[in-house]
Design a protein around this ligand. Structure first.
Ligand code: SF4
Length: 473
């Protein structure tokens, strides 16, 4: 074997699909894979390429014994192994210290993985995490280009070098957008993000950033403009909520620049997060102004897609959507390599997902729909529009995180427990799956089995909500 990983980093087999090629040769859950074809993939991307071969030699460690297993299968056929992590060497952590970073605003005592500040282009590719590129290197560029790791997701925040380095609290922030230019030069699809902090990069600086994108990065696929999230644990005085006027100014700035981009490039390019329209007390833009909802996973146009799904105006839901920390906990499904799996940011409102699990269904007349305080104004008019007076929207105030954390993906078990404790027994309670991990736990570790009322977990899309409500007509 020419290269193996440190044993502590080698991936573990989590499960083996019955009847799969790996099952046929006797791979077992708990096995450590310390080599593939005489080498060790650094991550799930290389793993996928290595295991796509028709003949795969696995170096396995089991109970202190090391041995090899040979798998013969059709080229491109999956091995049938689920492994324990997506990155087998170390996740590249971020060297920035942004005042608006939500990770600094988490309470103590949550599970350790939630505190990981990653800035790894591989997680950007696999899960849609945003990278600032401050740790990106020439070797990374070569790999991205060679392996066509596209699309990537890049945090821009400002195109002014001084403003950007000040926001990232990192001198490298001033120059790292040169890598964005290089990625675009190599035809890598890049989606951008701007986190707007009022008084820091809004107003004239936001205008300047729009001009900078038009001038220097016009090949960007699209740019999401999202407000900073603030929890009650925020200790940075300069980080604060938007006022109504500031939110309206951002919405107006984006609308103006969409017209400029449309005229210059033939596409609107920049989109404000749904949260902005709620904060600005403005209606959401019409569906056609989202140009196909290609930034849906970043909190752009979710209200409109949810509405279309609820009313059956679309054939399919928009795509997989997970909660804020999903990339941390997401299983390293090789399907991610094909771009099928995305994670979300902190700014999503009741986002569509394709699959959900229905637990403990009840067929009683009254229904409570649990959602975040930002999801409630999206869902309430939909329910009213179909004349369901028996359905009430239960907006869950996020007291766990506090601040402006009204997105549904951040609601916690503690908060849902408080809301449900005041609700009558015998009613149906629908809970969107975006706030749960795969094993049915909220961010605070509370399990749905611990809630004071049984809940039905419903996929977080309009079609699933409609179907769940029709089940109780
Ligand atoms: S780059 Fe992201 S993870 Fe790093 S400090 Fe800034 S917000 Fe936090």
């Amino acid at each position: 074997m020419s290269q193996t990983l440190s044993r502590s980093l080698a991936p573990l087999v989590v499960s083996v699909a019955p009847g799969s090629p790996a099952d046929d040769v006797g791979v077992l859950p708990g096995d450590e894979i310390v080599g593939v074809n005489g080498d060790m993939p650094r991550d799930i991307i290389e793993w996928q390429m290595a295991t796509d071969e028709a003949e795969v030699e696995l170096d396995v460690s089991r109970g202190g014994l090391d041995f090899a297993m040979s798998v013969d299968k059709p080229e491109g056929a999956p091995l049938g192994i689920e492994i324990s992590s997506a990155v087998f060497d170390r996740v590249r952590t971020c060297d920035n210290h942004c005042e608006f970073c939500f990770i600094y605003q988490l309470p103590k005592g949550m599970r350790r993985s939630l505190y990981l500040k990653d800035d790894d282009y591989r997680l950007s590719f696999l899960y849609g995490n945003f990278t600032t590129l401050t740790r990106f290197t020439e070797a990374d560029l070569e790999r991205v280009v060679t392996e066509r790791l596209s699309p990537l997701h890049v945090s821009i925040h400002s195109t002014d070098p001084d403003v950007r380095s000040e926001m990232l609290k990192n001198p490298r922030g001033a120059m790292s957008l040169r890598w964005l230019r290089a990625l675009l030069d190599h035809d890598i699809v890049v989606k951008g993000q701007i986190v707007v902090c009022p008084g820091v990069n809004d107003g004239a600086i936001l205008d300047d950033t729009m001009a900078g994108i038009l001038d220097r990065y016009p090949e960007l696929d699209s740019v999401a403009v999202v407000p900073l999230g603030i929890s009650k644990f925020n200790r940075e005085d300069a980080m604060r909520f938007h006022s109504l006027q500031e939110a309206q100014d951002v919405v107006d700035t984006i609308a103006d620049w969409q017209d400029v981009f449309q005229a210059a490039l033939g596409k609107r390019m920049v989109y404000a997060a749904d949260e902005y329209y709620l904060m600005a007390e403005r209606p959401f833009p019409d569906a056609e102004r989202y140009d196909g909802f290609h930034m849906h996973e970043d909190g752009i146009g979710m209200a409109r897609t949810f509405e279309a799904e609820f009313h059956g105006h679309t054939d399919s839901v928009t795509g997989v959507q997970r909660g804020f920390f999903a990339s941390v906990d997401a299983p390293p499904n090789p399907a991610a390599y094909t771009g099928l799996h995305k994670c979300s940011s902190a700014h999503d409102i009741d986002a569509p997902v394709q699959q959900g699990v229905t637990l403990k269904p009840r067929r009683t007349a009254s229904v409570g729909v649990l959602t975040g305080t930002l999801g409630a104004p999206v869902i309430r008019p939909l329910v009213e529009s179909v004349g369901r007076a028996d359905v009430r929207i239960l907006a869950v105030e996020n007291e766990f995180f506090g601040g402006n954390t009204g997105v549904t993906g951040l609601i916690t078990g503690e908060d849902v427990t408080r809301v449900l404790a005041d609700q009558p027994a015998g009613h149906r309670y629908l809970l969107p799956d975006v706030c749960l991990s795969d094993d049915g736990r909220f961010l605070d570790g509370v399990s749905i089995d611990e809630l004071p009322r049984p809940v039905e977990v419903v996929a977080t899309d309009g079609a699933a909500l409609r179907a769940a409500l029709e089940g109780s007509k």
